[in-house]
Design a protein around this ligand. Structure first.
Ligand code: 13P
Length: 258
């Protein structure tokens, strides 16, 4: 099995003290054989990357939550892939459902962002997932497939870099599970993870073996182990529970105990 990836998406939360607490906890107790990715807001990236390097924790990485796919120019408020890399990041999250819903990102925008990340040497965590209404209508697979379709070229070109020698991961984040306290069942998540892996494999069998397909949506210390026990769930993208160092460390340590 690939080395699991446990990622913290702080969203518009957190501060340097939180980074310090998480990194100190990891330095003390070790990373537990998993890759850990911290994704704080843009303004903290350079300093958190510096702290992570200094701590020398095996598998600890820093990523941004978004980027703009243009190389540079008159795009007030935006940040390019090269700038994210320059800040010391190895990863970037693209296509989070909040970006899609609140900031109007299309499936094509997400694919452009993933390509821009690769162009700058960053690994991308590409997010997909259906809404509650889509799930109720039995459209989960169709929605995820349509989100993945513009990424076909990106998957085909997947290569080295990133954790486990693959420069992308896909996060399945059902929108209804985000921040709701109600996660998908391990079995339901597994079915979508298998679909995602099949779609990657259709474009790039080698990358499909290496790429981590991780789950996001109300992952907590109490349900992480059950999710991680499911074959094909290679880690988690954690929101709320990543904002308390203790909870996040407990997900890292409890979830994939050797
Ligand atoms: P919660 O863990 O708060 O449900 O958020 C999940 C998420 O959106 C991570 O990107």
């Amino acid at each position: 099995m690939t080395r699991p990836l446990i990622a913290a998406n702080w969203k518009m939360n957190g501060d340097l003290a939180l980074a310090e607490a998480v990194i100190a906890g990891l330095a003390e107790g070790g990373g537990g054989g998993v890759d850990v990715l911290l994704c704080p807001p843009f303004v903290y990236l350079r300093e958190v990357a510096r702290m992570a390097r200094q701590a020398k924790v095996d598998g600890l990485m820093v990523g941004a939550q978004n980027l703009d796919y243009h190389a540079h120019g008159a795009f007030t408020g935006e940040v390019s892939a090269a700038m994210v890399a320059d800040a010391g990041c190895e990863y970037v999250i693209v296509g989070h459902s909040e970006r899609r819903a609140l900031f109007g990102e299309s499936d094509d925008d997400v694919a452009r962002k993933a390509q821009a990340a690769r162009g700058a040497g960053l690994a991308a965590v590409v997010c997909v997932g259906e809404t509650f209404a889509e799930r109720e209508a039995g459209r989960t697979e169709a929605v995820v497939e349509s989100q993945l379709a513009p990424l076909a070229g990106f998957f085909a070109g997947g290569g080295g870099g990133g954790g486990d020698g693959c420069d992308f991961a896909v996060a399945y984040e059902p929108v209804w599970a985000i921040g709701s306290g109600q996660s998908a069942t391990p079995g339901d998540a597994r079915a979508v993870h298998e679909l995602i892996r099949r779609r990657i494999a259709a474009r790039n069998p080698a990358a499909a073996n290496r790429a981590r397909v991780i789950y996001g949506g109300s992952v907590k210390p109490g349900n992480a182990a059950g999710l991680f026990a499911e074959p094909g769930i290679d880690g988690a993208l954690v929101g709320g529970a990543s904002l308390a160092a203790r909870d996040f460390l407990s997900i890292i340590r409890g979830g994939y105990a050797d």
